[in-house]
Design a protein around this ligand. Structure first.
Ligand SMILES: [Zn+2]
Length: 414
């Protein structure tokens, strides 16, 4: 588990500029203790090949490329439906000549598009670097993580804070399980999952952890690129803090021994326990900054294909701690269904996080909420939302293969 991770693409057809910018960015990342991946490109073709294969958060893009598309035209062709990327257009031309025209053309990008005049001094690049960090750290986390983090931070007593920490841990685990299990299905390795859970009780923190560990193993033991490689890295890196061990330890010490049994302890005990876990869990939360690259979305409306194979969807982006969640329009050849929650990867893939997460109307609250799986059987999946209301999803007549696949994967040893 390492520090805040992000990635920057430096694109310029002058090799000296690329190497000098890469060197300075690397130095800055060390200075500020960030884990930064820097990719390079020397043509428009290179830019798109990096964007299609890597998770890029920020581009430093030259305006002028010898032959081919200009930086300005490249910007038009970048696919970023949820506005996740920050783009700096670099140019040596005077502002009067270029800047106003380009700024006007890319007005829709708003604050996500900035100018960087060449040549620039190291201090100017440091300023740009800090702007990048600022932008990336202000992107919203997926709703379950953002919500529980905010509740935990807002708690005023040590006891409430510790309960908040437990809910944050649970939401991190469930989010990770949702992504990794869906990825097992996508990669065809679901039958190897086998966390050997007991099928009779609601999911406990211990059961979620077993499921998480099994799903990590499943994805790590196959050779194709995972949907969310960063997630696997957070849980598989053994230097520094061992994320999985931290979560197990937290479960054993805090959840099982204390909070789980409803004892009321001295405030001092909560403070001491909080002291030992809040720091490492906040470090883990920081390491999950990459999840801001993968908007969670729920489909609102589906338009018939415009061009044979491309569907137009309006989707709600379930990022940040509270509603109203913003609506976006997305064109994609993928078939997305209503009520399911999807994670969208920067490379353009949607991954359905059904059946672990659902975005449905809560009958009691009369608003749509994000529900997490709570109990699994062969005929019913039960869910709960932050409002603490439940939701049932029954098999009756539904053509949903998860009713067979999920119990088979989870309870296989029984
Ligand atoms: Zn409710």
């Amino acid at each position: 588990m390492s520090l805040r991770q992000f990635s920057i693409l430096v694109a310029d057809d002058t090799p000296d500029i690329v190497s000098s910018v890469v060197e300075q960015l690397t130095r800055l990342s060390k200075k500020f203790k960030h884990s930064v991946r820097v990719y390079t490109a020397s043509s428009a073709t290179d830019v798109f090949s990096v964007l299609n294969s890597k998770e890029v958060d920020c581009l430093l893009l030259d305006y002028h490329f010898e032959g081919g598309m200009s930086g300005d035209e490249i910007m038009d062709a970048i696919v970023d439906p949820f506005g996740q990327k920050l783009i700096f257009l670099m140019s040596a031309r005077p502002p009067s000549e270029l800047e106003h025209m380009v700024v006007r053309r890319h007005k829709r990008l708003g604050d996500r598009f900035r100018f960087l005049r060449k040549p620039f001094e190291p201090l100017e690049l440091q300023e740009v670097y800090l702007q990048i960090v600022d932008f990336l750290c202000s992107r919203s986390y997926p709703c379950p993580l953002a919500y529980t983090y905010q509740v935990m931070k807002g708690a005023t007593t040590a006891q409430a804070r510790l309960t908040g920490l437990k809910d944050l841990v649970e939401s991190i685990i469930i989010y990770s399980v949702a992504v990794l299990t869906a990825d097992c299905k996508r990669l065809g390795t679901l039958s190897a999952l086998k966390p050997k859970l007991s099928g009779t009780a609601p999911m406990t923190l211990g059961a979620w952890l077993k499921w998480l560990a099994a799903a990590i193993g499943c994805i790590a033991n196959q050779s194709r690129k995972p949907f969310m490689p960063e997630l696997l890295r957070v849980f598989s890196e053994t230097d520094g803090v061992d994320a999985l061990r931290l979560l197990y330890e937290f479960k054993d010490q805090v959840r099982d021994n204390e909070l789980g049994h409803g004892f009321v302890r001295e405030e001092d005990w909560y403070s001491r326990t909080l002291d030992s876990y809040s720091k490492p869990i906040e470090v883990l939360f920081d390491c999950l900054l990459f999840t801001t690259r993968y908007p969670l979305v729920a489909v609102e409306t589906i338009d018939l294909p415009q061009l044979q194979t491309i569907f137009r969807y309006t989707v709600r982006s379930l990022m940040g701690s509270s509603a109203p969640f913003p609506v976006h329009v997305v064109d994609t050849p993928e078939r997305l269904t209503k009520d399911a929650v999807f994670a969208f990867a920067p490379s353009g893939i949607f991954l359905s996080l059904h059946p672990v997460l659902r975005f449905c109307m809560c009958d009691k609250c009369s608003i749509r909420r994000l529900f997490s799986l709570e109990r699994v059987s062969e005929s019913t999946f039960k869910y709960r939302a932050h409002c603490n209301h439940q939701l049932g999803y029954q098999k009756d007549g539904r053509e949903d293969e998860w009713f067979k696949d999920l119990p088979a994967a989870l309870f296989s040893a029984l």
